[in-house]
Design a protein around this ligand. Structure first.
Ligand SMILES: [Zn+2]
Length: 493
């Protein structure tokens, strides 16, 4: 155990997580955690963090500090260990502030590295995600099969089900997560530190997503647990954020179910240092907005229905965005099956994304509608049923921007499918991959399939499905009728 503690503290010193002044203090905290009274330092070669933590949790199991050997229990305990190494919030916030004063990028560089060094972002799991990109008519689309969220152990699920509902922290985003020990149904966050921000004068915090779907995937959340709401303030706040962090892009999920993200109950935005395919997509044509002739406005060549605004004046951009939001909220066009409400339930909303483009501020407004019908109970502007074998979840902000986050099951299915195709087997004969059979029939004969090219083919065809998924989610189709209907909306602006 002394060796492991020495190794971990050496890791802390090497990464800068542990200050030399705190060395003895951190060692003593770790001794307490492992119920040890004595200690002798060992000079150790430092292995990757996950190896050190895995050995330490093995020890904790042996001496009875962890009850049952499940991933959840191990995660709770190794986060507690990392909590001993992680500086207090004030230390981290001051360091961020100090770096920010020199250059905002220095501050986010420090904080991103810090969030990985503390194991809050579990790098060893993130690298398991399968990622690729494919050229499409809309540019280079990104795909990721998310494998970094570990599958829950049935024993943990059973235990969590028996647990009394807890209201602290209210959700995974709340401020109260910072330093929280967690339990069977809530992740431990002793190693988690958040950065306070002011957006349009209101209190927000920044953190990174523990699942980093893309580079420096950050989450900016309201200091209060209040629901998502797209309004003028959101535009002002998004633009305020890119003023403060010009090297980041930021967007918000829409505020209605089906077309929104997975957390509607806590107001938050997502951003990062990544240039998505959508940001690179060009204007298809320009149009004028009455009384906003100084704001450049156009439609973007993208599978969804996107209005792009540009201005060097952030205030004018927020006003123009709000003008479009207000017009869209109440807009009905029965011919195009755009109904702003049915029986008093609103359907129209917007997914907004802000970024800098040189000296200009840029705002992409993605028109959304969440209406359902008997024929499309999951949503009319949602992936159609024949695409559900690849993606049936909500099309939220990240997908809208051109990054498909696909479910973990696909990795196994694609591997079985690849073998079956190379061997010329009947796809319908295998229950694991039967659901992909109709899709495979659409393109199987276009290729001379071999074991060398099958993965590339599957990746390309999956990307094509994702494009169709986005086209389904667009309120105006990219047909002549769709384009005409889109122009009808623009004419009321
Ligand atoms: Zn919350």
């Amino acid at each position: 155990m002394d060796k492991l503690i020495s190794e971990l503290v050496s890791y802390g010193l090497e990464t800068g997580l542990v200050d030399v002044d705190d060395k003895v203090y951190v060692i003593n905290k770790l001794l307490e955690l492992f119920h040890k009274k004595e200690f002798a330092w060992n000079d150790e070669r430092v292995r990757p963090l996950h190896s050190i933590l895995s050995d330490m949790t093995d020890c904790a199991l042996q001496i009875g500090l962890i009850e049952e050997d499940t991933i959840t229990n191990r995660d709770l305990f190794d986060t507690k260990i990392m909590g001993a190494l992680t500086p207090a919030p004030a230390v981290v916030r001051n360091k961020f502030k100090e770096l920010y004063a020199k250059n905002p990028k220095n501050a986010t560089d420090f904080y991103y590295k810090f969030s990985q060094d503390t194991n809050y972002i579990r790098k060893d799991r993130i690298i398991k995600d399968e990622k690729w990109n494919s050229n499409t008519e809309y540019g280079k689309i990104d795909i990721t099969i998310n494998l970094s969220k570990p599958e829950k152990d049935p024993r943990d699920i059973a235990k969590a089900a028996n647990q009394k509902k807890n209201d602290y922290p209210k959700c995974l985003l709340c401020e109260e997560n910072e330093g929280y020990a967690g339990h069977i149904s809530h992740p431990a966050r002793q190693n988690h530190r958040i950065i306070p921000l002011k957006l349009a004068g209101q209190d927000y915090f920044m953190q990174y997503s523990p699942y980093v779907y893309y580079n420096e995937h950050c989450i900016v959340f309201n200091a209060e647990h209040i629901p998502m709401k797209i309004d003028k303030n959101v535009f002002i706040k998004l633009l305020d954020f890119v003023k403060q962090f010009p090297h980041y892009t930021i967007g918000s999920n829409a505020d209605l179910p089906i077309v929104g993200g997975s957390i509607l109950s806590h107001d938050h935005f997502q951003g990062g240092a990544y240039t998505f395919a959508m940001a690179k997509a060009p204007y298809e044509y320009m149009f004028d907005i009455k009384e906003f002739e100084d704001v450049r406005a156009g439609i973007v060549k993208w599978p969804m229905s996107v209005i792009r605004l540009q201005s060097s004046n952030a205030e004018r951009l927020a006003d123009a965005s709000n003008h479009i939001l207000n017009a869209w909220r109440i807009y009905t066009d029965e011919e195009a099956f755009i109904l702003s409400e049915t029986e008093g339930v609103p359907h129209n909303t917007i997914t907004p994304i802000a970024r800098r483009n040189g000296e200009l501020f840029e705002m992409d407004l993605v028109l959304r509608n969440n209406i359902t019908t008997e024929k499309s109970p999951w949503g009319v502007y949602h992936p159609e049923e024949k695409l559900h074998h690849i993606k049936k979840e909500n099309i939220g902000l990240i997908e809208v921007m051109g990054l498909a986050v696909l479910p973990a099951r696909l990795q196994k299915e694609m591997s079985i499918l690849a073998d079956a195709l190379v061997e010329g087997k009947d796809i319908r004969a295998d229950a694991n991959i039967e659901k992909h059979a109709d899709w495979v029939d659409e393109w199987r004969d276009d290729y001379d399939i071999t074991s060398a090219n099958i993965n590339t083919i599957l990746q390309k065809e999956t990307a094509n499905v994702f494009i169709k998924v986005l086209e389904c989610s667009g309120v105006y189709k990219r047909t002549e009728d769709g384009k005409t209907a889109f122009k009808r909306f623009l004419s009321v602006l």
